[in-house]
Design a protein around this ligand. Structure first.
Ligand code: 5GP
Ligand code: MN
Length: 341
């Protein structure tokens, strides 16, 4: 954001009490909820009326963050959410830059007269917003919320509640501080968040060590029965049917992270998870090094995302989607096989 616009926004935020809506992408992950509730816990300290609205529900492992009980899920309660959007002075759009990523909520956001502030680290250039705090090299939107609060001189709002939320999103979006975007600055930010009261052990436990027995058994099933390894493409992937989701009684968020296990394999550089979500087949792609997972997703599966972590979809059956995936992979293979490690 240029300095002039940032100052105008800062003046607004530091001025009279505002009605503020914070929203994020559908199927929110740790970074989406962490950045939304991190910003929420900061802005309420200024006396604003702040409402977080998510397009739909999210995993139980994210429901512990401070302020979570105030969140409205649009899909299940549109009548509660819409009045906030209609009367908002400012709408913060976090961790996405394409209104399609918020489903039906997108149209209401577009039509709202509120000033729209985008804070995001995804690649495709944004366009609908009035203010943009956007950096594709940032590890996470949580990192950007931290930097945004500093850049408008409001870092004193980062109390232990804000710190816990922002730590969570940085941790989940960096694969626990492993992915290439984990810069020295990220570690400095995380150190500051710990000094401000983020309890890293508790956060790791809340996010990673609260798995239901059914989920662990589902993972076992995937590892033993569903993993397919294609050494000729340095690729491994899983398919999951609607019947399996049912059999293991999986809920939103329970399949998160599964795709990453395929990348744990020696010699594997590209991984996919193909899930039959009944209405659509949803796909996750992960890559190592300079293999563009987002390009793969964009080219064949109407998707996009980050360079090494992307997602897409297909309206064909699970079997047809898998066949298309294999065809796409054969074309894409040179990019995997010539990639540097
Ligand atoms: P996941 O595999 O965890 O669902 O998504 C990984 C990343 O890919 C997300 O952070 C998001 O940026 C992107 N992504 C997932 N699904 C889609 C999609 O359908 N369209 C686009 N454009 N991006 C997606
Ligand atoms: Mn993110």
């Amino acid at each position: 954001m240029n300095q002039h616009r940032l100052e105008a926004l800062a003046e607004k935020i530091c001025g009279k009490a505002l009605q503020i809506v914070i929203t994020t992408h559908h199927k929110p992950d740790g970074d989406a909820i962490g950045s939304s509730l991190g910003l929420y816990n900061a802005l309420i300290q200024l006396g604003h009326q702040v409402q977080v609205i998510t397009p739909n529900d999210y995993g139980a492992f994210l429901h512990w963050m401070p302020g979570d009980e105030t969140v409205i899920e649009f899909e299940s309660s549109p009548e509660k959410a819409l009045p906030y959007i209609e009367s908002a002075d400012l709408i913060f759009c976090l961790d996405f830059n394409d209104l399609k990523r918020v489903n039906e909520l997108g149209e209401y956001i577009k039509q709202s007269k509120a000033g729209k502030v985008l804070i995001d680290h995804h690649l495709d250039p944004p366009g609908f917003e009035d203010y943009s705090y956007h950096d594709t090299s940032a590890s996470s939107t949580c990192e950007l919320v931290y930097r945004f609060l500093h850049s408008i001189d409001l870092s004193e709002l980062i109390n232990h509640q804000v710190a816990a939320c922002l730590y969570t999103g940085i941790m989940t979006d960096t694969g626990s501080f492993k992915f290439p975007a984990t810069t020295p600055l990220v570690h400095r930010i995380v150190a500051d968040l710990m000094e401000r009261g983020a309890n890293h052990t508790r956060i790791h436990q809340m996010v990673f060590d609260q798995m239901g027995e059914n989920v662990l058994r589902f993972l076992g099933h995937c590892f033993t029965q569903k993993l397919k390894v294609l050494p000729q493409y340095k690729t491994a992937y899983f398919t999951v049917s609607a019947a399996e989701l049912d059999q293991f009684a999986l809920k939103t968020g329970d399949t998160e992270g599964l795709v990453n296990y395929a990348l744990n394999l020696e010699g594997i550089r590209f991984a996919a998870l193909i899930i039959d979500r009944t209405k659509l087949v949803k796909m996750s792609f992960r890559s190592k090094g300079n293999i563009p997972a987002n390009e793969f997703s964009r080219t064949w599966f109407e998707g996009g995302g980050h360079f090494n972590a992307a997602g897409g979809q297909s309206s064909s059956s699970l079997e047809q989607t898998e066949a298309r995936f294999l065809k796409a992979l054969a074309e894409f293979a040179p990019k995997i096989l010539t990639a540097e490690s």
